[in-house]
Every structure is written in structure tokens, then in C-alpha cells.
Design a binder for this molecule. Structure first.
Ligand SMILES: Cc1cc2nc3c(=O)[nH]c(=O)nc-3n(C[C@H](O)[C@H](O)[C@H](O)COP(=O)(O)OP(=O)(O)OC[C@H]3O[C@@H](n4cnc5c(N)ncnc54)[C@H](O)[C@@H]3O)c2cc1C
Ligand code: FES
Length: 423
């Protein structure tokens, strides 16, 4: 009996031991495989990062090589009606040299010789497409006379673009600039909001994200009154159809009879923080970029702040006088406040205006009804350069445009003492 039991027990023991060894061996193999897989994943991640950095460096090098100082001549290659009173202008370099890349959201500054104007007119227009090597595109809305004031002439530059500039004409253009831009290769979720012609910089951002194939979560909001104002409708619908990562939200605030939400537009209401919250859900992670008319900018920026979105995640640009005081201009808020009462004397207009501690000299002039030239309103184009007769003007950060000795850039300049300027 013992003779038969002992070998059986021994073989059972051996089988158990074998199984345990096999499991241990299998576990070891699996652990080695997992370690190899994780090392491979780390290597892949590292090489993707290295490739991304190399690509970014190459883009920066190429940009530095291809950019230019001052004005460069561009030919109007195409003029396309996009919506009522809104046209795109495709601009090709007259010298036919390749164009530098730019950061989507940036703008071009134009110096225009408009018939009947005593001097060249400087205006800025956002680039409305992703960077391309052979053309720049801007999309411009014709600006009419103020409502109820037909005696006031309509917008000088926008009407010149719409009515006078034809294919083959040449314009003078500064290299792309501006601080309102997005990195299309980043992967942070992003909410892009454009109102009216404020679509242009956020459309450039959207096109660049789609081109980069970043698979980043994008919520795109575009507010217009109705179909007549809806620019790039087919293009936006095609982006939505081809990119599941893009949530398209075109809003008609005042649709015409028969215009119902569907493929062309999605919401019969204004762009609001309430709508954004309903569509986006989690407001805690995305970055927000917006550009639009002053009332929309004010309500959305303030609403986002009230919804707990930190100021660092809200990026905005105004096409006219700064409309959002709460979040902008951060630089002005950081400027050292001069001691005592400070005022700006506008010598030629005979007006003395007390400084409120935040307004730029250009904003003070506008509030007092004093006409001053301006273009970018961001210290980049130099068109607001004004002679300083007395006193000191400071800048929260170094402006992009050169400041001639004895002059100031009124759009970003703040009085450091009582200042007398030639305006
Ligand atoms: C960074 C930036 C980017 C921009 N991007 C775009 C863009 O992509 N697309 C776009 O369309 N615009 C854009 N703009 C706006 C653009 O630069 C111009 O401001 C806009 O085209 C109007 O210029 P204008 O010369 O046609 O009008 P202006 O001649 O400057 O006139 C503006 C308004 O003032 C009225 N006006 C004139 N004189 C008087 C007076 N004495 N009293 C009262 N009212 C008067 C005019 O009738 C008109 O309604 C951008 C602006 C900035 C700063
Ligand atoms: S308006 Fe362009 S620098 Fe001031």
C-alpha cells in the first residue's frame, strides 16, 4: 500500500511544484514583457517629444528666416464673398518668396493708400486661415456709418477693401504679430468662441488644429444673427463632419422664418456661458479663446469668471477699443501706480484728463472725444505714435513697435507723471 501511495504522492508533489514553477515562470515572463512594453512606450513617448521639440524648433527657425521687417508687398490673388458684407482676401507675396508660419490667432497690419485720405491708413486684420506657405488670408466685414448717422462716412479701410481693391492690386503688409494665439500642437481641450467677424482668429485656430490632426477636444461656438451673416458655412460643416473631436455650435440669435437648427446651424440662441456650460459640461479643464463684439465679449468673459474659470484660462481679443475691463488689460493692471494725482494734457485739443490708474493714453483720448490714429491697439504697428511734450510715459511690457525718441505709443502707454502730449 505504502509502496503505491509514496510514488503517487511524490508525483503529485512534483506536478504541484512543476505547476508552481510554471506559474512563477509565466509571471516572470509576463513581468519582463510588461517591463519591456512600458520601456517601449516610454521610448516612444520620448521620441515623440523629441520629434515635437525638433519640429517646433524647425518651425521657429524657418519663421525667423522667412519673416520681414517693415512692410512687404502683397498681391490680392482672390476676393471671395463669404456672407453679407463679408469678404475674404487671399494675399500672395509679390516677391514670390515663401511665407513664414505664424501662430493662429495673430493678425496682419496694413498700410493703405486710400484715395481721398490725407495720409496712409493703418489697420489690422486677423489671419483667418491656418498658416500656408504661399498665401495669407484675411476676412473683412464692411463697416457702415454709425446707426442713424448717415452723414458720417462709413469705415475707411473696410470699404476700401470691399469696393476698391481688386485682384492684382498690391498692398503693404507687416509680418504677422499679436499675443492672442494658440499652439495647435498642444492637446489641452479648447473652447473657441467667435462672434460676427470675430470668427476670424478662432477660425484660424480651428483650421490649424484640424491640420495638425491633434485629436484634441474642441468646442467651436460661432454667433451670428442669421444665415445672411453666416460666413464659411460649408467649410465649418465639413470640419464638423470629418473631425469627431470637434463639436460645432453655430448659433443664430435671430433666425429668419424657415431657418431651423440642423446641419447648417445648431442653436437658435445667442452664444452665452449658459449654452457653453450645457454643451461643454466640464468647465474645469478647457482653455477658452474668444473674439467678438463688445457686448458678447463682456458677458462671456464675466460669465466664465463667475462660473469659476480662472483668468489664466480665458484668452480674448477685441477688434476695437478694449471692451472687457475685468480681465484685460492684465499688463496695465500690473503697472506701477504713480504717486499722487496724475493727468494727461492733450495739448492741441486743450483738454486735461485725470488718469484712473488703468486706462491707456489712447483710451483716455477716446473717452474725451479726441481723435488719435490707431491700428493694432497692442503696441505693435506704431500707428498711434504721438509726440510727448512733457512728462514720462511708461509701458507695462516692452512694445513690439519701436518708440521714436520724444514720442510714445498711446495705445499701450500709461502716464508715469503728468504728461503733455501732442494731440
Ligand atoms: C487686432 C485686430 C484684428 C482685427 N481683425 C479684423 C478682422 O479679421 N476682420 C475685420 O473685419 N475687422 C478686423 N479688425 C477691425 C479692423 O481693424 C478695423 O477696425 C475695421 O475694419 C474698421 O476700420 P475702417 O477703417 O473700415 O473704419 P473706420 O474708418 O475706422 O471707422 C469706424 C467707424 O467709425 C465711424 N466714424 C468715422 N468717423 C467718425 C466720427 N467722426 N464720429 C463718429 N463715428 C465715426 C465710421 O462710420 C465707422 O462706423 C481687427 C482689429 C484689430 C485691432
Ligand atoms: S495702435 Fe498699433 S502700436 Fe498703437
Amino acid at each position: 500500500m505504502l509502496d503505491t501511495l509514496l510514488p503517487a504522492a511524490a508525483s503529485l508533489l512534483l506536478a504541484g511544484l512543476g505547476a508552481r514553477l510554471a506559474v512563477a515562470g509565466w509571471r516572470e515572463v509576463e513581468a519582463t514583457r510588461a517591463a519591456r512594453r512600458s520601456a517601449e512606450a516610454e521610448r516612444a513617448l520620448l521620441s515623440a517629444r523629441v520629434a515635437e521639440i525638433a519640429e517646433r524648433r524647425a518651425r521657429e527657425r524657418e519663421k525667423a528666416e522667412r519673416t520681414w521687417d517693415g512692410f512687404r508687398k502683397f498681391v490680392v490673388a482672390r476676393k471671395v464673398l463669404e456672407a453679407r458684407d463679408t469678404r475674404s482676401f487671399y494675399l500672395e507675396p509679390h516677391d514670390r518668396r515663401p511665407l513664414p508660419s505664424f501662430n493662429p490667432g495673430q493678425y496682419l497690419t496694413f498700410k493703405l493708400n486710400v484715395p481721398g485720405q490725407p495720409k496712409p491708413v493703418t489697420r489690422c486684420y486677423s489671419l483667418s486661415d491656418a498658416p500656408r506657405a504661399d498665401y495669407f488670408r484675411v476676412t473683412i466685414k464692411r463697416v457702415g456709418s454709425p446707426p442713424g448717422k448717415p452723414e458720417i462716412p462709413p469705415g475707411v479701410s473696410s470699404c476700401f477693401f470691399h469696393d476698391d481693391l481688386e485682384v492684382g492690386d498690391i498692398v503693404d503688409v507687416r509680418a504677422p504679430s499679436g499675443a492672442f494665439w494658440l499652439d495647435p500642437t498642444d492637446t489641452t481641450p479648447v473652447v473657441l468662441i467667435g462672434g460676427g467677424v470675430g470668427l476670424t482668429p478662432v477660425l484660424s485656430m480651428l483650421n490649424a488644429i484640424v491640420d495638425a490632426d491633434a485629436r484634441r477636444a474642441v468646442w467651436f461656438f460661432y454667433g451670428v444673427r442669421n444665415g445672411a451673416e453666416h460666413a464659411m458655412a460649408e467649410h465649418l460643416a465639413a470640419i464638423a463632419a470629418r473631425n469627431p473631436n470637434v463639436s460645432m455650435n453655430v448659433c443664430y440669435s435671430d433666425p429668419e422664418p424657415g431657418e431651423v437648427p440642423g446641419e447648417r446651424f445648431q442653436h437658435s440662441e445667442r452664444v452665452s456661458v449658459d449654452l457653453i456650460r450645457r454643451v461643454v459640461g466640464d468647465m474645469a479643464s478647457p482653455q477658452f479663446y474668444l473674439c467678438g463684439p463688445p457686448p458678447m465679449m463682456k458677458s462671456v468673459v464675466e460669465g466664465l469668471g463667475a462660473a469659476g474659470v480662472q483668468a489664466e484660462r480665458i484668452h480674448h481679443e477685441a477688434f476695437g477699443p478694449a471692451s472687457v475691463k475685468g480681465a484685460a488689460p492684465p499688463a496695465a493692471a500690473a503697472a506701477p501706480a504713480p504717486a499722487g494725482d496724475v493727468a494727461v494734457v492733450f495739448a492741441r485739443s486743450g483738454k486735461r484728463v485725470a488718469w484712473n490708474g488703468t486706462s491707456t493714453i489712447l483710451e483716455m483720448a477716446e473717452a474725451a472725444g479726441i481723435a488719435m490714429d490707431s491700428g493694432c491697439r497692442a503696441g505693435n504697428c506704431g500707428s498711434c505714435t504721438t509726440a510727448v511734450r512733457r512728462g514720462e510715459v511708461g509701458y507695462p511690457s516692452k512694445p513690439g513697435a519701436e518708440i521714436a525718441s520724444g514720442s510714445c505709443l498711446a495705445c499701450v502707454g500709461l502716464p508715469r507723471s503728468e504728461v503733455e502730449i501732442d494731440a
